[in-house]
Ligand binder design. Structure first.
Ligand SMILES: [Zn+2]
Length: 324
């Protein structure tokens, strides 16, 4: 009887444990309570609603460093971890800070150092940042917020170095994490940024963070306006190896997408900016879509999705410099 009970309770614990493991989500905000810029703004009312949702649904808002540590140690990722990040260092962050404090939610604030250094009024000053630092993590978002794809390796290095030195000088420590301006990068850009030894690098591809996620390629979900938070939190990380395209096509035409995913899926949905979602069969774990899509934007998102909202996304950026 006792043994039976023990077996049953351990099975319960095991299943319960599995259901708690899953994927973390990193959200990215820009401006707060600033209706001049509706495409990058989140009202304070909306932010309170989202924070309340997280609290009421027992999400655990953890510092980015906690996630990075778990990834580096190959530890399982709890299902209810949420990481909050804010890009650009706009002055309007000061309006949101009391809410972060009220909920005791940590955050990572990615700043571009040039607007701060030049004292642009719409941006946080070094003094503001020093006052904010005890409540969250401050991290790097370049110096001049350039489109990195348009810069040579040397220019990317110069921008990052300038940002690094200014950050160190005014905040007294070295930045540990970097987020690409506009979320734009390719393998060449990534390699140059990686050479600075950041613990983690964040992009702006829609997705979730699973145990196999690369700390140097962390997906973040943009929260703007009345974002659909519950949908965002439903996304799961899909392990995907992108075989094609590897970079923005030279002639501007996307001929094919080829992605390796776990072989248990038989159908996948593919999204390309400007072309919407289309369904494709998966054969032996490979999605191969023959397309003939002229690309009209300099930045194109390609997203692959299978059932249960498992998702993996890639960004293609037209670059003036090499594609490797
Ligand atoms: Zn930015």
């Amino acid at each position: 009887m006792l043994l039976k009970h023990l077996l049953r309770s351990s099975l319960f614990l095991l299943l319960w444990g599995i259901s708690l493991l899953g994927d973390a989500h990193i959200l990215v905000y820009h401006r707060f309570g600033d209706s001049r810029y509706p495409t990058t703004n989140t009202s304070l009312q909306e932010l309170r609603k989202e924070f309340t949702y997280l609290k009421e649904h027992h999400y655990q808002v953890v510092p980015l460093s906690t996630l990075i540590q778990a990834l580096k140690r190959h530890q399982p990722i709890p299902n209810r971890w949420v990481i909050l990040s804010v890009d650009d260092g706009f002055k309007s962050f000061l309006k949101a800070l009391p809410l972060f404090k009220e909920f005791h939610y940590p955050f990572t604030l990615f700043i571009a150092t040039k607007p701060t250094q030049n004292g642009y009024p719409d941006f946080l000053s070094w003094k503001d940042l020093q006052a904010i630092a005890p409540f969250g993590q401050i991290a790097l978002h370049s110096h001049a917020h350039p489109h990195l794809g348009d810069l040579s390796d040397e220019q990317i290095r110069a921008d990052t170095k300038r940002a690094f030195l200014l950050f160190q000088k005014h905040l007294g420590y070295t930045p540990k994490v970097y987020a690409y301006p506009y979320g734009e990068y390719d393998q060449r850009v990534k390699r140059v940024i990686e050479s600075f030894g950041f613990e983690a690098i964040a992009n702006q591809n829609i997705g979730a963070i699973g145990p196999t996620s690369d700390p140097h390629d962390l997906d973040r979900i943009a929260m703007v306006g009345r974002a659909n938070l519950s949908q965002a939190l439903r996304y799961r990380h899909l392990d995907a190896l992108w075989m094609a395209p590897n970079h923005y096509p030279k002639d501007g035409i996307l001929y094919q997408v080829k992605v390796r995913i776990p072989p248990r899926y038989h159908l996948a949905w593919l999204y390309v900016t400007g072309y919407g979602w289309k369904r494709f069969p998966v054969r032996n774990g490979v999605v191969q879509a023959k397309l003939n899509y002229p690309l009209h934007k300099h930045r194109v998102r390609v997203i692959i999705k299978v059932k249960h909202s498992k998702i993996n996304a890639k960004i293609l950026v037209r670059s003036r410099y090499g594609t490797q």
